[in-house]
Design a binder for this molecule. Structure first.
Ligand code: PLP
Length: 424
């Protein structure tokens, strides 16, 4: 038995993988080393990563600027509790996030993962409404097709079918769902696309704390791109009906859609914003929830006067140091121009595949390239076929897609799109 077979056999005995059957997690590959855009497998093969490790490793793996900053931080201070203590990496990161995000966002709550930052966003919205004497505003309005994480609160605002709400009935909070956000990013705006949202807000605003949405791109719920005007109308409607607007920028943040944040496509600001994933460039898990002064002040003035949340590893200095170094790196080059270049190449190489009989739609925005197929991707066959071509992708549902690291070279990106075309 090779060491690779041995490791995967040990894995199958004890390890549970995400969205996989216990003991049979589907095709499984052992990674022994990473470098740049490459995953090096135990058996000696090197794969070009077209996934950025679930959209986080925007500067590839083991970037020297990130490992150096983390090394310096590790040599100075390990984790300390955040209750009653503070430190430079956390303060500097929160200052940086406030400077980078739209102006009304002024306060930052750090947490360990995207899902938790969404839980924090929901709880902040609920406490805000409670503090204003509006405890009946305790539901969330969200469009179908969203994905906001796997913890119970976050799941309650995920698409009810994709999120298997029927399985968790009785435990998940019942939220209010609007139709899929439409029309598409490049389509002509149709004002009727927001009618249902408008009517839900008109009749039910008294029970709605906030609207929750992934701006511009619904990610794990289907990789759909919606029109910026939809977001602008949503902003106006939330203001008219005294409802907060929460943007989940966990996947869209830090350049992925071609602007620093998805909300910039619509030139609007939310009341609450969640960021994560690419925040640390994939080095460590870290997320943040940003709010306005108005929300912070209302919570402070209400009962019990404190925000009811406090993770043990909040503000982990190593993760904050990684995030600071990653943001410095992101602004050390013209990332918008780089992502625009990736976008042009993805269009050039993927759009001819629209002619393929198995392809329903081809979509590209920023560093996101999607082939929506007519049938579900046969995962067990397609993943090994991609690996045989030296490419790492993880399709889901009917979607074969790439979200490459921004540092990917043009010929490496061609290898990714070429493998996508080949497995069709
Ligand atoms: N929100 C969005 C938009 C996401 O894409 C994800 C993860 O894919 C999450 C939340 C959950 O983040 P995490 O997996 O870090 O908990």
């Amino acid at each position: 038995m090779s060491s690779w077979d041995e490791l995967t056999a040990r894995d199958r005995r004890v390890v549970l993988h995400p969205y996989a059957a216990p003991g049979t997690p589907g095709p499984l590959y052992a990674v022994s080393r990473t470098e740049g855009v490459h995953l090096h497998l135990d058996d000696g093969r090197a794969l070009i990563d077209g996934m950025s490790s679930w959209w986080a490793a925007i500067h590839g793996y083991n970037h020297p600027a990130l490992t150096a900053a983390m090394g310096r931080q590790l040599a100075t201070m390990s984790h300390v509790m955040f209750g009653g203590l503070t430190h430079e990496p956390a303060v500097a990161l929160c200052e940086r996030l406030v400077a980078l995000t739209p102006e009304p966002l002024t306060r930052v709550f750090l947490s360990d993962s995207g899902s938790v930052s969404v839980e924090v966003a929901l709880k902040l919205a609920l406490q805000y409404q409670h503090a204003r004497g509006k405890p009946a505003k305790n539901k969330f309005l969200t469009p179908l097709g969203g994905y906001h994480g796997d913890t119970l609160g976050a799941m309650s605002v995920c698409d009810p079918v994709n999120g298997m709400h029927s399985l968790f009935r009785g435990v998940l909070a019942q939220q209010i769902f609007a139709p899929l956000p439409g029309p598409g990013y490049h389509a002509v705006w149709e004002s009727s696309s927001i009618d249902e949202v408008e009517s839900l807000l008109r009749w039910r605003a008294h029970e709605i704390a906030a609207v929750v949405i992934e701006p511009i791109v619904q990610n794990a719920g289907g990789l759909r791109f919606h029109h910026p005007e939809y977001l602008r109308r949503l902003r106006t409607l939330c203001d008219q009906h005294d409802v907060l607007l929460i943007f989940d920028e966990i996947a869209t943040g830090f350049g992925r859609t071609g602007t620093l944040f998805g909300c910039e496509h619509a030139d609007i600001a939310p009341d609450v914003m969640c960021v994560g994933k690419a925040l640390t460039g994939g080095m460590l898990t870290l997320a943040a929830t940003l709010i306005t002064d108005a929300i912070a002040d209302a919570i402070a003035a209400g009962e019990p006067g404190v925000f009811m949340h406090g993770p043990t590893y909040m503000g982990n200095p190593l993760a904050c140091a990684a995030a600071l170094a990653n943001l410095e790196l992101l602004f050390s080059y013209d990332h918008c121009a780089r992502i625009a270049q990736i976008e042009r190449q993805l269009w050039r190489e993927l759009s001819p595949l629209a002619e393929h009989p198995g392809v329903e739609d081809v979509r590209v925005l920023g560093a996101i390239g999607v082939l929506e197929l007519k049938e579900r991707v046969d995962f067990e066959r397609v993943v090994p076929a991609l690996v045989a071509r030296g490419v790492w992708l993880r399709p889901f549902g009917k979607l074969l897609y790439t979200m490459p690291p921004y540092i990917i070279a043009s010929e490496e990106l061609s290898a990714v799109t070429g493998a996508m075309a080949a497995v069709l």
